[in-house]
Design a protein around this ligand. Structure first.
Ligand SMILES: C[S@@+](CC[C@H](N)C(=O)[O-])C[C@H]1O[C@@H](n2cnc3c(N)ncnc32)[C@H](O)[C@@H]1O
Length: 846
């Protein structure tokens, strides 16, 4: 188990600035080394700047409260002072920069083992345009200092849940921040995202509008929740921006809102917080919280992150600091989303711990399970507020010891045995080009890796034993191993003959000339006359007699992607009319996935053209399977992982040429169509492909995520296939994803390839008697902006005029839970292009 780094948040007062010249250690250096030498912490965390910086910024950038500058007596002095500040502010806007006494970290030597946080009071998403721009300038000053000192990370405070309308402005500012320092910039930017929105957690369920959410909570609870939600809202002592920028159209709208709100609040002064709430709730577009509450899917904080990283184009130096201050969402699916995101830090305040029976701080079972699941991302934990004695027993170090204990326990998430670690370590989320064992000859090292998986050969041996046992005991049989490689299936066959007490001539065919040398060596040293070996392609080589059992392992991660169907078609000439093929059949399966890591990797500019239209073999780790079981709103969605197609051997219905090979390969083309239910809002980054093979009787091989542990537990020979998308696709909660996949071949029989495309839909229930929508409605306009509304209560829906997608009549499915007067329709909300058309970017050579 790797040791997860844990950071200690330095409590206030923070160490003072250095008073002695280098090389004398500064007070901060001493403090860091005290913590690290006297405890088991690995790092310390502290804010990069202090309250002097806040005071200066507020003085320069924010208008003071009326009592400070409008008492009338000294109006002239006040005006002069304002002019002086305006000038100073503009100089600061032009030159930027922090002053020495405004920063907590000043020396390169102090940058070792520290995690720095940016000022909490910055509002990159303020409804006030001036505050937004001045906050961005301030943050740029902090980032410049972080880059200057090569600080490992700057953790940026979360956007405000109440200011969702300005989240794109926040994201744009972060995107610009990531350009600072050029390509050699080192400092990571990590956005602190709350694990949940407490209001959303309480009110999830049936559709609610924001005002009605508030009406269902007791007043005290409302206040508490709002405080939690907007713990950063009352950030400033002053009011709106002092920026002298020309008033933009947006600010005119804002002023209207302020006026409106003033008139509805009995003339009381509008504070910064009301202003934001008024602004966001007055906006007619639906914010993420409303979308989330449609289906009871707590998504709004994840959706904030999704918006930021998308606008930042999946920047490799951008990560998440997951803040566990708020309660965990109860839904495992909602939590699972974070396993597919770049969560580099987990913020654990003392308040997120509960006391155990003896008063020691512990975490809830759900939280423990979540942290273990996140372990594969190797996050750094930031323990915050551990010195404030929130718990009666254990003292400050109890938190550290407890988190060490929790995070040192292994998570069984990848389902592989520990013995597999040696072979699989380093492969997690690494994109590998699939093997082409027909076109290319494999190296001995590759065969060596295959042969280290005992499970695969145990399954084969068992299947061959059972097949032999079904043959008469008093006859001599023929077993042919096609694609024998270095001979492990030949060895399995010899053991199976002993176990089943049968006799057989054993033949082995291999087209790799170098692997054939190994076969010759094994025949000379181990097998002798028990085995005859034949060099050549199974599609045209000759063997002396037809066989009762033909054994092959030509399977790829998607079953047929290493051209087993085509090779075995050509080898069926060897099989007696009653002969058995092991495997007898195999199936391909598909599921939609989210993984920012895979998506980012496949879009690296260094990758060749067409990289986003090429399937890859990947040991999937930071990947979330986003489909759910169940029929969805329309009742027509399939399982979480769905079967695409099947190949069976032998096929006795094919038209053959004089040599016994099929005339065309068209019988091996396939197409499949799938409808998946997406229970939790997610971003689709691609499809995962799996296979299952039926070897013989009840013996099989499987990498299907739900079946592998039953069919062939702990087998690690195959990782899933990743079909990437050229562009990610945002999927709202409860939508349906339609996936089309094709396996195609060219007319000259030289190439096989896959093509894929997806579409997304929202289901709409329409009540025929009233002709008004009665349930959840949603639509995406062609340019991608969403208009989703909760209708009912006689309110018109913005989707009243949206065109339903043609050719869809789910009522013909006889859905049992649909009332006679209710009709389900669906509205298309998104689509990708066709990937790899004509196999122009990726194909497998025959
Ligand atoms: C995936 S490897 C399996 C090797 C071995 N049977 C095992 O289980 O470890 C597939 C083998 O089939 C061979 N092969 C592929 N297509 C073939 C063909 N058309 N004719 C003969 N051998 C072929 C490859 O060279 C390779 O050795």
């Amino acid at each position: 188990m790797p040791r997860h780094p844990i950071a200690f948040s330095l409590p206030y007062p923070l160490p003072t600035l250095p008073t002695k010249a280098r090389p004398e250690p500064s007070p901060l250096q001493q403090s860091i080394s005290n913590v690290l030498s006297s405890t088991d912490y690995d790092l310390v965390s502290l804010p990069l700047t202090n309250e002097l910086w806040q005071d200066r910024w507020e003085k320069l950038c924010l208008r003071s409260p009326p009592e400070e500058d409008e008492n009338g007596e000294n109006q002239e002095n006040v005006n002069e002072e304002r002019e002086r500040i305006d000038l100073e502010a503009d100089v600061w806007r032009r030159d930027g920069g922090l002053k020495r006494n405004e920063v907590n970290v000043t020396r390169l030597e102090e940058s070792q083992a520290v995690i720095t946080t940016a000022a909490e009071w910055l509002e990159l998403d303020s409804p006030d345009e001036g505050i937004r721009f001045d906050s961005e300038l301030a943050l740029r000053s902090e980032m410049a200092q972080a880059l200057y000192l090569s600080l490992p990370v700057l953790i940026i405070p979360a956007p405000s849940l109440a200011n969702r309308d300005y989240l794109p402005s926040y994201a744009r500012a972060i995107s610009n921040l990531l350009q600072m320092g050029g390509s050699s910039a080192f400092t990571q930017i990590s956005i602190r995202i709350p694990i949940s929105d407490p209001v959303e957690l309480i009110t999830q369920g049936p559709a609610q509008t924001l005002p009605s959410l508030h009406s269902i909570l007791p007043q005290q609870q409302q206040q508490q929740q709002q405080q939690q939600r907007d713990s950063t809202t009352n950030k400033h002592k002053r009011m709106s921006s002092l920026s002298t920028r020309p008033t933009s159209m947006h600010q005119n709208q804002l002023q209207q809102l302020i006026n409106q709100s003033n008139s509805t609040s009995n003339g009381s002064t509008m504070n910064h917080q009301n202003l934001r709430i008024a602004s966001s709730s007055a906006n007619s577009t639906m914010s993420s919280k409303s979308i989330a509450s449609i289906t009871g899917d707590p998504s709004s904080t994840w959706e904030m992150w999704d918006c930021i990283r998308t606008l930042c184009n999946y920047h490799p130096r951008l990560s998440v600091t997951l803040d566990l201050t708020n309660p965990l969402p109860p839904s495992v699916g909602a939590l699972a989303r974070w396993t597919a995101e770049p969560v580099k830090y987990i913020w654990l305040p003392a308040g997120s711990f509960i006391p155990n029976a003896k008063g020691y701080p512990v975490l809830s079972k759900a939280c423990q399970a979540f942290l273990r699941g996140m372990g594969k991302q190797n996050p750094t934990y930031v323990l915050h507020g551990t010195t404030i004695q929130k718990h009666t027993a254990g003292g400050p170090n109890a938190y550290l010891q407890y988190v060490r204990h929790i995070t040192s326990q292994p998570s069984s998430s990848n389902g592989l045995p520990h013995s597999a670690d040696e072979f699989t370590s380093g492969y997690a989320d690494y994109l590998q080009a699939p093997l082409q064992p027909l076109m290319d000859d494999l190296g001995s090292a590759t065969y060596d890796i295959f042969e280290r998986d005992p499970v695969k050969y145990r399954q084969y041996e068992e299947a061959i034993t059972l097949a032999l046992a079904d043959l008469p005991a008093d006859q001599k049989h023929v077993v042919t191993v096609v694609g024998a490689g270095r001979g492990p299936l030949v060895a399995c066959t010899l053991r199976a003959l002993t176990r089943s007490n049968r006799k057989a001539n054993v033949y082995a065919v291999e087209k790799n000339a170098n692997a054939f040398i190994t076969l010759q060596e094994r025949k000379a040293i181990e097998w002798g006359d028990q085995v005859e070996i034949f060099f050549g392609d199974m599609r045209n080589v000759d063997v002396p007699e037809k066989c009762d059992i033909m054994v092959s392992e030509l399977l790829g991660s998607f079953g047929d992607n290493e051209l087993s169907p085509e090779c075995l078609d050509g080898a069926m000439r060897f099989l007696k009319p009653t002969g058995i093929s092991i495997p007898t059949s195999y199936t391909a399966h598909v599921a939609p996935i989210s993984s920012s890591k895979l998506f980012h990797d496949v879009h690296q500019p260094s990758r060749p053209a067409g990289a986003t239209e090429t399937p890859y073999v990947v040991m999937m780790s930071q990947v979330n399977l986003i489909s759910g079981d169940g029929g969805g709103t329309s009742g027509r969605c399939g399982e979480k992982v769905q079967q695409c197609w099947q190949f069976e051997h032998p096929r006795r219905d094919l038209i053959l040429d004089a040599s016994g090979a099929p005339l065309t390969n068209t019988h091996n083309t396939r197409s499949s169509r799938h409808v998946f239910h997406i229970p939790h809002a997610a971003t689709l980054h691609g499809l995962a492909g799996y296979f299952e093979a039926h070897l013989y009787s009840n013996v099989g091989l499987s990498i299907h995520p739900d079946n592998a542990h039953r069919v062939s537990p702990e087998m690690f020979s195959w990782f899933p296939l990743y079909f990437p998308l050229k562009e990610s696709l945002y999927l709202p909660s409860g939508c349906e994803l339609e996936v089309n996949l094709w396996r195609l071949c060219d007319s000259r029989g030289k190439k096989i390839w896959y093509e894929w495309a997806v579409e997304s839909y929202l289901s709409v229930t329409q009540n025929n008697s009233t002709q008004s929508t009665s349930n959840i409605n949603g639509n995406l306009t062609p340019n991608g902006s969403r208009h989703v509304s909760l209708s009912g209560g006689g309110q018109p829906s913005p989707l009243m005029d949206a065109p339903f997608s043609p050719g869809f009549n789910p009522n013909s499915n006889n859905q049992p839970n649909q009332s006679i007067n209710t009709e389900i329709n669906r509205i298309k909300i998104g689509q990708t292009s066709l990937h790899n058309p004509g196999g122009q970017h990726s194909w497998v050579g025959l």
